[in-house]
Ligand binder design. Structure first.
Ligand SMILES: [Zn+2]
Length: 571
């Protein structure tokens, strides 16, 4: 893990206990993802959200990015609670790593968020590391200096909360991710009166979601999707496959309800889809879904147009359920002419190419493919300009800090706040690592922590230093070899691979031979590893062994040591 140096200030001073309220964001300001905020007053710290950022550096072996927890680890006895606004990965995904770093504090989350957190911690063997306390909306969480009231908001995941936080220096509102949806599929519209009433008490600081600030028209209601689903499902002549984020329980709920109306069955494809449907039912949503679900293996027992397959893989992820369908590698779902694939989710920037390839492959299977760019089958979970303006006007804060957004989103949101009449002094744009001090008459950046992030390699969660990454970039110019292996999460055996991919290494005439020989060598190492597992002997570090041996191989054969990146994908 990172050294403790990183929590020192630029000038090398170790922080003194703050006089006012200290706010430090370890992620989520200047980027979309990895949301994590520290609220500190004297001897008490609350952490709001602890998320990860999916990496655009996968080719360098970096799977995702998490906050650097050094600041918190050094003050871990002060941490009295970790509060989660909702269950999206960019809000809860780094919690296991915080616990691995030694942070211990009660976890507070809403019902569905709690279920997701428990599931995730179980995967890391950390389910009993901290007490998990489930809150309901409008509950009050009392701490020594802070009193936190939870308030329901609309978002693309159920049980999302905003936080009204009373502090010794004044009231603070943290919106979490939100939108104002007049007709959410589950729950009520965000209660403007509650925000207004907290505003009446006087709010010192508002921190509000900036993700969709560039959109000018009011966001579409989640229920708009219902009619679209109804039209499309009713007209379907063949099999219908709907992909979406597995966390979007309200979207799933609509698929179930429309399917029921049209007397269609639902088959679930993808591990996280099965898991989240179960968790959704546990949280009290998706009522009667049990009766509608059929096994994928029984697909052929029903007329093709009487089944809807709910699938993961809306971002074109390699090995996801939808990708396997697109490549005709799915064990049960085989597309044909007349089938319909609906991608009911946003294309996350950075994933467009992979998604585009997958859409092409789905068309090649003969299916009709609908997606956001050509059809209204998705609506965002984030507030647009009119809603964001309304939030500021309801809460009427003395100070405003835009959060959850890339830098340009923060700038636009700050401008929007000034358009409502706030002055330059009242609006603060901060980025990750900025230390903000807030008291009754000031809100300003007083210090900065450099690079509060850690790059995580592989599911095992090893961190990658920036230097290593730089090496990889440089050496990448000389040539890179990837050795991809797929491992069964339970048995630990390698079930597919190695697939050797070389980039920029040698000319094409000998590339085939090199790949073949390198593959055979890696296969030998895998066999040895498999035998060790079968005999229950201590197992080698497979990644390291493959790396070292392949480097040796390339050096002996082409006189060049490329960067070798063995990647193990656990499924
Ligand atoms: Zn979210």
């Amino acid at each position: 893990m990172p050294t403790l140096e990183t929590s020192r200030t630029k000038t090398g001073q170790v922080f003194q206990p703050p006089e006012g309220l200290r706010i430090l964001t370890l992620g989520g300001l200047g980027e979309i993802g990895m949301n994590c905020m520290v609220l500190e007053y004297q001897d008490e710290i609350l952490v709001i959200d602890c998320g990860l950022l999916f990496s655009d550096l996968e080719h360098f072996g970096v799977e995702f990015v998490i906050p650097d927890f050094s600041y918190l680890v050094e003050r871990k006895e002060k941490i009295k609670g970790m509060i989660f606004t909702h269950g999206h990965e960019d809000h809860v995904g780094a919690l296991a790593f915080a616990l691995k770093a030694g942070i211990r504090a009660p976890i507070y989350a809403s019902t569905f968020t709690t279920l997701l957190i428990r599931e995730r911690l179980k995967e890391h063997g950390l389910e009993s590391a901290c007490e998990i306390r489930t809150f309901k909306m409008r509950d009050t969480l009392k701490f020594k200096h802070f009193t936190v009231k939870t308030e329901s908001v609309n978002h693309s995941i159920v049980d999302s909360a905003a936080l009204f936080i009373q502090t010794p220096v004044g009231n603070v509102v943290h919106t979490g991710d939100f939108k104002m949806d007049a007709q959410p599929f589950y729950g009520q519209e965000l209660d403007r009166r509650a925000f207004g009433a907290f505003g009446d008490q006087g709010v010192l600081l508002l921190m509000s979601d900036s993700t969709n600030v560039e959109r000018h028209t009011h966001s579409l209601s989640e229920s708009v999707i219902y009619q679209k689903f109804e039209q499309l499902f009713a007209a379907a002549e063949g099999l219908t496959v709907v992909s979406m984020f597995a966390s979007n329980v309200a979207r799933m709920g609509q698929v179930f309800e429309v399917a029921k109306k049209l007397d269609k069955k639902i088959a679930l494809s993808g591990r996280s889809m099965e898991q989240n449907v179960r968790l959704g039912m546990d949280a009290g949503y998706l009522k009667d879904a049990h009766a509608q679900i059929i096994s994928l293996a029984d697909l052929d027992d029903y007329p093709r147009n009487k089944v809807i397959v709910l699938s993961t893989g809306s971002q074109g992820e390699w090995r996801s359920s939808l990708a396997r369908i697109a490549h005709d590698e799915h064990p049960y779902v085989k597309l044909q002419e007349g089938d319909l694939v609906m991608m009911s989710s946003k294309f996350i920037p950075g994933n467009e190419k992979a998604i585009g390839r997958m859409i092409n492959d789905l068309f090649k299977q003969g299916a009709e493919v609908l997606y956001e760019a050509i059809h209204d089958i998705h609506t965002s979970g984030h507030a647009t300009q009119p809603e964001l303006r309304e939030m500021i006007e309801l809460v009427r804060p003395k100070y405003f800090i835009p959060i959850h957004g890339e830098y340009r989103h923060l700038v636009h949101h700050a401008k929007l706040a000034r358009d409502t009449g706030m002055t330059d002094e009242q609006v603060l744009i901060a980025v990750n690592g900025d230390v903000i001090e807030v008291s009754a008459d000031r809100c300003e950046i007083v210090d900065h922590i450099d690079e509060p992030r850690v790059l995580i390699e592989g599911r095992e969660g090893n961190d990658v230093s920036k230097l290593v990454l730089k090496d990889r970039r440089q050496l990448g110019e000389k040539g890179v070899v990837f050795a991809l292996m797929v491992r069964n999460r339970d048995s630990r055996r390698i079930i597919s691979g190695p697939e050797i991919i070389v980039k920029g290494l040698v000319n094409e005439s000998i590339e085939g031979w090199l790949i073949e020989e390198a593959g055979a060598l890696a296969k030998k190492i895998i066999n040895k590893y498999d035998q060790q597992i079968a005999r229950r002997e201590p197992v080698m570090d497979l990644q390291e062994e493959v790396r070292v041996e392949l480097r040796r191989f390339f050096n002996a054969n082409i006189g060049n040591k490329p960067v070798v990146l063995p990647i193990i994908l656990d499924v």
